[in-house]
Design a protein around this ligand. Sequence first.
Ligand SMILES: *Cc1c(COP(=O)(O)O)cnc(C)c1O
Length: 448
Amino acid sequence: MINATELQLLKDALARLAEGYADLPDFKPEFDVPKAADVLDEVAARMQDNYPYYHPQYAGQMLKPPHPIARIGYAMSLWVNPNNHALDGGRASSAMEKECVVELGRMFGWDNPLAHLTGGGTMANLEALWVSGRLHPGRRIVASTQAHYTHSRITEVLGLPFTAVPVSNDGRMDLDALEVLLKNGDVGTVVATMGNTGLGAVDPLQAIVELQRDYEFRIHADAAYGGYFVLADELRNETRAAYEQLTAVDSIVIDPHKHGLQPYGCGSVLFKDPSVGALYKHDSPFTYFSSAELHLGEISLECSRPGASAVALWATQQLLPLVPGGEFAAILDDCLIAAGQFWSRLRDSSNFVPLMTPELDIVVYAVKAPDSSKASDRARQVFAAAAERNLHLALIELPIELVQEYAPGIRADSETVTCLRSVLMKPEHLGWLETIVDVLETSADAAR
Ligand SMILES: *Cc1c(COP(=O)(O)O)cnc(C)c1O
C-alpha cells in the first residue's frame, strides 16, 4: 500500500515548490510533535475500519483510487493551500483549473464552454439545473427513474417541478414516456443520464436530441459517472451514438472524482453557451478587485473551493491526456472489457443470472433462487460470504419486473429483488477478473 517512490516524488516536488519562496524569512509551524504522532497513530488505526476501496478485490460501489500523481499533486499543493474562489486566493491553481476545463470541454467537441470545477456532481448538477430554471422559469425538469436521486432533490431546492420518466428494460429512459411528457408543453429541461449510477445504462441521447425538432427544451447531460467514456473505443454502437451527441447538449456534468482518477471533491459543470455566465452576476464587495481577469468565483455558486483539486487534476491530465487512443482511454476500455467478460462468466455460472449486458463497466446480477425473496436473501448471504474472503461487492434493490426480464426463473413473491452489483472501474480489474470470479463462485457455493 505504501510506496516509497510516491513519497520521494512528493518530497522532490515540495522542495521545488519551496524554491519559489526562498526569499522569505523562514519559520516553522509549532506543534506538539510526539502528541501529534500519537493522534495520527490512532487515526490510522481507526481508518482500518474501511473496506479496501483502493484494492482490485474491492469490486462493489463506484470507488476508484486517485492516480498517484493526483495524490501527490493534491498533497503538495496543501503546503500553499490555494482557494480557487478568487485569483487573490489561488492564482496558479485558478489558471490550472481554467486549462483543465478546456480539456474537459474538448472531449465533447466544445471549444469555448463556460466551465469550472465543483465540489462534486451534486453541486455541478445543481448549477446546471439552476441555469435551466433561470432560463425557463417554472418549467418542468424531467429525468429517468434510474437517474441519480439528486435531481428530484435539487429541483425541490430550486422550486422547480420534476417528473421521473420510466425506463425500459435496458435501464434507459423510455422515449414514448418522454414524448407524452413533452406533449404537455411545460418541460423546460430533459436530463439525459450518460451512465446511470445503478446500472450504468446510457439514455438514448440521439433520440432525445431529435425530439428537439418537435418540442422546445434544454438538454442537460448528467455524465457525472460516464462522461469520460466518450474517449473509449469499446462502446457498443448505440452507446457510442449517444455519446457522439454530447456536443449538441446545453450543459454537461462530469465528475473527475468518479472516473477521472481524482480524490473526492472534484466535479465539474460545463455550459456550451458561455453567455449564461451573466446569470451568476453578483457584487462581492471584497473579492474581485485584484485584476480584470476572470475570478472563478464569479461563475460559480460555491465560494471557497480547493485549489488542490485543480492542481491534482491538471497534473493528471498532463500525464494522461484526455485523448482517444491514449493511455487514459485505454484504462476505460479495459474497464469495459472487464465488465463484458464478467457478464459472460456470470451467464455461464450455476449460481448467478446477470441482468442486462453492461453498457459501461457496471454489472448487476441476481443470485439464482426459486422466488424473489430467496434470491434477495441469497444475494445478502453471498455479499457477506465474499466479504469474508476479501472480495467486496455492492447490493442494489430492483423492481421484480425488471429482474424477471432477465431471470424468468425467479418467481415473484416480493415487489423488489436485492441483486449484487459490481462496478469494475479500476485499471486493474481486467487483470484480476479470474481471481474475482473464483472468489465469487467459492463464496456463492459456501453461502448455499
Ligand atoms: C455520482 C453521481 C452523481 C452525484 O455526484 P456526487 O459527485 O456524488 O455529488 C450524480 N449523477 C450521477 C449519474 C452520478 O453517478
